[in-house]
Design a protein around this ligand. Structure first.
Ligand code: NAI
Length: 398
């Protein structure tokens, strides 16, 4: 059975799920890097990491037995995806496990902004009693504008409607409205109608400074801005101006153009000490439930790959959603994507008299990935010969 090494204190539910399937799992609390990582991860077929383990070209190439990478997080820039692709090693992450956590933070921030909770809380701690109804509002009946109606935006939409808000959204793609939400033709139209604007777009060249002075000025006077997407989406100096001039009544910001690398570094922002501005340290997706969901999602991807060669959802690899039951014996082969490989593979199978029941193939620019279910017979001989082809990168039988 395959051996799996999990680094960086991955959630214990991942270990439980993997062990239940019969895998031999070892856990390390910290990250390993460079030579230490090469030494520690030697001989394992699967490696689970979070954001602090750098899987560089040198590391990946020095782990010949490694078959699959599980990134128990959202980000994947700690993995050399090109090298792992060329080496025939798929990598899986958990892009949507923290969707609900972000959505809940946004809902709580709408109320917190409408009631100035950040400020009154701070003053009460300092001994000041600021009891007043002036400028405090319910969110019921107000209009929420959601920019980016993807996984998080659409969750916010459902929760907000349940609390009695009217929901408008703007997305560059045509998205099916949930509940009574209404799609807007332009960002400006949404900004002009919303009491709260929340941003849920990815970081792309198009979304850099998506909210700068022009768009902030299009927002209703006295409205609120929430950004728990990416730091580059809002022009911070322009937002500071909009807040200082009281065009906006407040903002809740979770992400910044420049964020500290760790909790030991201090954090500075031009938004500090402004009235009714809630600043959180990029915690939108940081909940125990999200960590648990990540543990579960990535562990299941590792199992699907190691047991069935299923690569659906892999971030660096041709996606093959093969059936999750094996008819006879399953052979998988990763090969260089050059002409004639499949002809060679099929002629080996036919030469050894093995019978193919089903065959699945997907390719990208560098590699081809083929999975075949074969009837019992000479499949081991076929696998040996296929593995020996000069074009073969990885071959495995189940
Ligand atoms: P998603 O990919 O499901 O949705 C993004 C949506 O934005 C898509 O529907 C897309 O068509 C739309 N979009 C792209 N460019 C646009 C533009 N210029 N104008 C309008 N719409 C545009 O992404 P998901 O999962 O909903 O995440 C949204 C953002 O939240 C991402 O930036 C992600 O990095 C961030 N995030 C932040 C977390 C935190 O801790 N604060 C945690 C998780 C995600």
């Amino acid at each position: 059975m395959e051996k799996i090494l999990l680094l960086e204190g991955i959630h214990p539910n991942a270990i439980e799920i993997l062990e239940k399937e019969g895998f031999q799992v070892e856990l390390e609390k910290s990250a390993f890097n460079g030579k230490d990582l090469i030494e520690r991860a030697q001989g394992y077929q699967a490696l689970g990491i979070r954001s602090k383990t750098q899987l560089t070209q040198e590391v990946i190439k020095s782990l010949p037995e490694l078959r699959v990478i599980g990134a128990f997080c959202i980000g994947i820039n700690q993995i050399d995806l090109e090298t792992s692709n060329i080496c025939g090693i798929p990598a899986f992450n958990a892009p949507y496990s923290n969707t609900r956590s972000v959505a809940e933070l946004v809902i709580s921030e709408m109320i917190a902004l409408a009631r100035k909770l950040g400020d009154v809380n701070m003053m009460a701690h300092k001994g000041q009693w600021l009891k007043s109804a002036n400028g405090n509002h319910e969110i019921r009946g107000k209009t929420l504008g959601i920019v980016g109606y993807g996984h998080i935006g659409s969750q916010v939409s459902v929760l907000a409607e349940a609390m009695g808000l009217k929901v408008l959204y703007f997305d560059i793609l045509k998205k099916l409205p949930l509940g009574n939400a209404r799609s807007m033709d332009s960002l400006d139209e949404l900004l002009g109608l919303s009491d709260f604007v929340t941003l849920h777009v990815p970081e792309t060249p198009m979304t850099t400074n998506l909210m700068s002075s022009h768009q902030l000025n299009k927002m209703k006077k006295g409205s609120f801005l929430i950004n728990a997407s990416r730091g580059t989406v809002v022009d911070i100096p322009d937002l500071v101006t909009a807040l200082k001039t009281q065009h906006l009544a407040g903002a809740a910001i979770d992400v910044y153009p420049k964020e500290p690398d760790s909790n030991n570094e201090s954090f500075t922002s031009e938004l500090q000490n402004l009235e009714n501005v809630i600043l959180t340290p990029h915690i939108g997706g940081s909940t125990e439930e999200a960590q648990q969901a990540i543990g579960c999602e990535v562990a299941e991807s590792l199992i699907r790959y190691l047991k069935f060669s299923f690569t659906g959802g892999a971030v660096n690899f041709p996606n093959l959603e093969v059936p999750m039951h094996i008819d006879g014996h399953r052979l998988m082969n990763v090969h260089k994507n050059v002409p004639g490989v499949m002809r060679e593979i099929n002629s080996i199978v036919s030469d050894v008299g093995a019978n193919i029941r089903s065959q699945y193939l997907a390719t990208d620019a560098n590699i081809g990935y083929v999975v075949m279910d074969m009837e019992k017979g000479h499949f081991k001989e076929a696998a040996k010969k296929i593995a020996a082809l000069p074009t073969s990168i990885k071959t495995q039988v189940h």
